[in-house]
Design a protein around this ligand. Structure first.
Ligand SMILES: C[S@@+](CC[C@H](N)C(=O)[O-])C[C@H]1O[C@@H](n2cnc3c(N)ncnc32)[C@H](O)[C@@H]1O
Length: 310
């Protein structure tokens, strides 16, 4: 190594050592309620500190000091992760015992995550944040299942609606207790599960991919959410006869979307319904003459749009 490389190597090790020392002594990070701060540190250690040390390890002929520092960094990261694992196990058990419903669920989240729904107004793409990490932690299963079926060209692959968008949806929808919420193209089920937890209403998910549907069902069963069901069927063949609020995070496009909208129009002749969209499908839904858009027209498709049947 050249002299300047050695100096920068020593400087980096010194910085890492002092950062890890500060984290080890920061008692507040070990307090369960400080989820937000802890996530930042876990991320920083995982993606910056350990990566940097691996890079240095590749360059050095005397790795002992560096190996023990890397071990310290991994240990502190694992200790912080352990706090979250225990936190989520306890919260899942409480959900199972129906201790967090409606407002209680929302205030529970507010205790741990600082989030601001006004931020949604300015977001021009999906974008995930600490609220998503927290909500993911509440899921009893952490490994995403493999897709088993090929999607047709107009069907859209799985992508999760950001959790803050679901929170906004619940706020904007003013659900009545008899409402029945449908997520069309429900993916792993998070939207239906969150709507049920936040609003206490019956929630159903329609999903084409059997492995996703099984996963969503298992999550709802594991959390003891008896009013959340998932139906493994193509949205063109689903039964919407009890639905009043239909959510779509662009699950399909073109003719499939048109066909499903025609089915929803038939339902709207029997009772008033709402359709809430997120993503590019909003433009096609906005062209339906039988729907009134309750939200101001906006070019940003990554904003919720709420439509009501006349
Ligand atoms: C963009 S993801 C949305 C996932 C979920 N709604 C969420 O927000 O977390 C679209 C989902 O729609 C599903 N999908 C696509 N075409 C479908 C169809 N014809 N019927 C039912 N589900 C469909 C896909 O498998 C995928 O899981």
């Amino acid at each position: 190594m050249a002299i300047f490389e050695i100096q920068s190597y020593i400087g980096t090790i010194f910085e890492i050592q002092s950062y890890i020392g500060t984290i080890e002594k920061n008692v507040s990070l070990y307090e369960e309620k400080n989820f937000d701060k802890r996530i930042e540190v876990i991320d920083f250690i995982g993606f910056q500190v350990i990566d940097q040390m691996e890079e240095l390890l590749r360059k050095t002929a005397q790795p002992d000091k560096l190996i023990s520092l890397k071990y310290r960094a991994e240990k502190v990261k694992a200790e912080l992760e352990e706090i979250d694992i225990n936190l989520f196990q306890r919260l899942q058990a409480n959900i199972r015992m129906e201790r967090y419903t409606g407002k209680k669920f929302k205030s529970l989240i507010n205790e741990y995550v600082d989030f601001n729904l006004d931020y949604n107004e300015h977001q021009e793409e999906t974008g995930y944040d600490n609220l998503d990490i927290f909500i993911n932690g509440l899921s009893p299963f952490q490994t995403m299942p493999e897709q088993t079926k090929d999607l047709e060209p107009e069907m859209v692959y799985y992508q999760k609606t950001p959790a803050r968008i679901v929170f906004e949806l619940v706020e904007k929808s003013h659900f009545k207790k008899e409402d029945v919420f449908f997520d069309l193209g429900a993916g792993l089920g998070q939207v239906a599960i969150l709507v049920n937890l936040l609003a206490g209403i019956t929630a159903k998910g329609v999903e084409f991919e059997p492995a996703f549907c099984d996963y969503a069902r298992d999550c709802a069963a594991e959390l003891n959410l008896s009013n959340v069901t998932f139906i493994n069927v193509d949205a063109r063949k689903a039964d919407y006869s009890d639905g009043t609020i239909f959510f779509m995070f662009t699950p399909f496009k073109g003719e499939i979307l048109q066909e499903v909208l025609a089915m929803l129009r038939k339902e709207s002749l029997l009772r008033k319904i709402k359709i809430i969209t997120y993503g590019p499908c909003t433009a096609q839904v906005a062209l339906q003459s039988w729907l009134d858009c309750a939200t101001p027209a906006d070019d940003n498709v990554y904003k919720l749009a709420v439509f009501s049947s006349f």
